[in-house]
Ligand binder design. Structure first.
Ligand SMILES: Cc1cc2nc3c(=O)[nH]c(=O)nc-3n(C[C@H](O)[C@H](O)[C@H](O)COP(=O)(O)OP(=O)(O)OC[C@H]3O[C@@H](n4cnc5c(N)ncnc54)[C@H](O)[C@@H]3O)c2cc1C
Length: 358
């Protein structure tokens, strides 16, 4: 039986994998992108929400980095707009802007390193870590005009124009090093060979075998749970991305009405509310919880009491993160790269350094 052979295989079809594949692929280098989902895009996908069209599943914030914003605008041909209002943290009724929070976190991390005598590490953190910022003038956080759906559509266009081969609905289970190649085994038993493999920090690979030695990859499972809440009536207060800090089970709120495909003739408002699934009251139905969420939105002044619940949908996005110490182990294996991409913008920041310094 003939086994398919590639120069490089990407496990996952998130934006960074696809952009990296576009940079790497050429007429004499064949590339395959694999994903266990039915559509390319990774976490940046849109899903059907009742009769209201396709709406982003839960992503809704891009960390600030000008170089990355410029790159994404150019490369994915995105129209980036300022989040209005700018994202903020909410503890009770007290607000703290994202940039203010950044300054506090940066100073804390810097001080902590210094207090441990790690002077070099403290200055390296300030110089090199994209999250280390003490903004004097608050920066504008941007996001694509149509939300994650814009990114997903752009990813699909890039795959088409670069003629990248994809294999969707297929999970890679294990990797085995055979001489200069990696053998990939899929969930249905299929196998293929590739010189190089690029995984993301969320690639759920069970085992990697080199010279008969199997490394079982430890993953931390993460379940993102979001409710899409459709409300009859107009919003009272704009809300782009709010991190909720002191609630029993709500951790974020975004208003995404603008992502509705049809004209909003019916005066609808759509919210994504992020919840901690394991903390949801077990004695309540999904509709009761959605009504609780609406009460929260009303109490915080985002919507009004006259607005009623029209539709609710709870969505889960299950993912796993490869544990920190195993990342170094995986990256030391020849022909295997693990990209750290848990924050999209910072993930791109490191890739830009790689692409443009190379
Ligand atoms: C619901 C949700 C909301 C988020 N919100 C934000 C946000 O607002 N801002 C932000 O910066 N980040 C957000 N993130 C984090 C997001 O994961 C990163 O921004 C970025 O998309 C990570 O890129 P990635 O390619 O590593 O993983 P992903 O985008 O998660 O893509 C990995 C893909 O690979 C597939 N896959 C995994 N293992 C295998 C396998 N063995 N075989 C085949 N396919 C596999 C997965 O199903 C997935 O489709 C969010 C994540 C989720 C899940």
């Amino acid at each position: 039986m003939n086994v398919e052979k590639f120069d490089r295989v990407y496990i996952g079809t998130g934006p960074i994998s696809v952009a990296d594949a576009c940079h790497f692929a050429s007429d004499d280098r064949n590339v395959l992108l694999v994903d266990d989902k039915a559509r390319a895009g990774g976490a940046w996908v849109a899903i059907p929400i009742g009769e209201y069209g396709e709406l982003e599943i839960g992503c809704h914030i891009w960390s600030y980095n000008k170089a990355v914003y410029d790159f994404l605008e150019r490369f994915f041909e995105l129209d980036l707009i300022e989040l209005k209002p700018q994202p903020y943290f909410l503890r009770g009724n007290v607000k703290l802007g994202y940039d203010q929070k950044h300054a506090v976190t940066t100073l804390k991390s810097f001080g902590k390193r210094l207090s441990k005598g790690q002077v070099k590490s403290a200055f390296n953190y300030i110089r090199k870590d994209p999250s280390a910022r003490i903004p004097i003038i608050p920066k504008k956080y941007l996001y694509p005009r149509g939300g994650a759906r814009d990114i997903q559509q752009s990813i699909e266009r890039k795959i088409e124009t670069h003629r990248l081969i994809t294999r969707l609905n297929s999970a890679v289970k294990s990797l085995r090093k055979i001489k200069e190649n990696w053998e990939l085994t899929f969930d249905n038993g299929d196998q293929l060979l590739t010189k190089e493999v690029v995984m993301t920090a969320t690639s759920a690979i069970e085992g990697i075998e080199v010279d008969g030695q199997i490394t079982n990859i430890e993953h931390t499972p993460i379940q993102y749970a979001h409710y899409h809440v459709v409300v009859k009536g107009k919003p009272k207060k704009p809300c782009s991305y709010v991190r909720v800090l002191n609630h029993d089970y709500i951790h974020r709120v975004s208003e995404i009405t603008y992502q509705l495909e049809q004209n909003n003739k019916e005066d609808l408002t759509v919210y994504i509310v992020g919840v901690f699934d394991h903390k949801l009251p077990s004695n309540k139905s999904e509709i009761e919880i959605a009504n609780d969420l609406l009460t929260y939105l009303t109490d915080r002044g985002f919507t009004t009491q006259e607005n009623t619940l029209l539709y609710q949908q709870k969505n889960r996005f299950e993912t796993t993160y490869i544990s920190g110490h195993q990342r170094a182990l995986v990256n030391a294996m020849p022909g295997l790269e693990l990209m750290a991409t848990t924050d999209l913008i910072y993930g791109f920041y490191y890739q830009l350094e790689k692409w443009f310094k190379a």
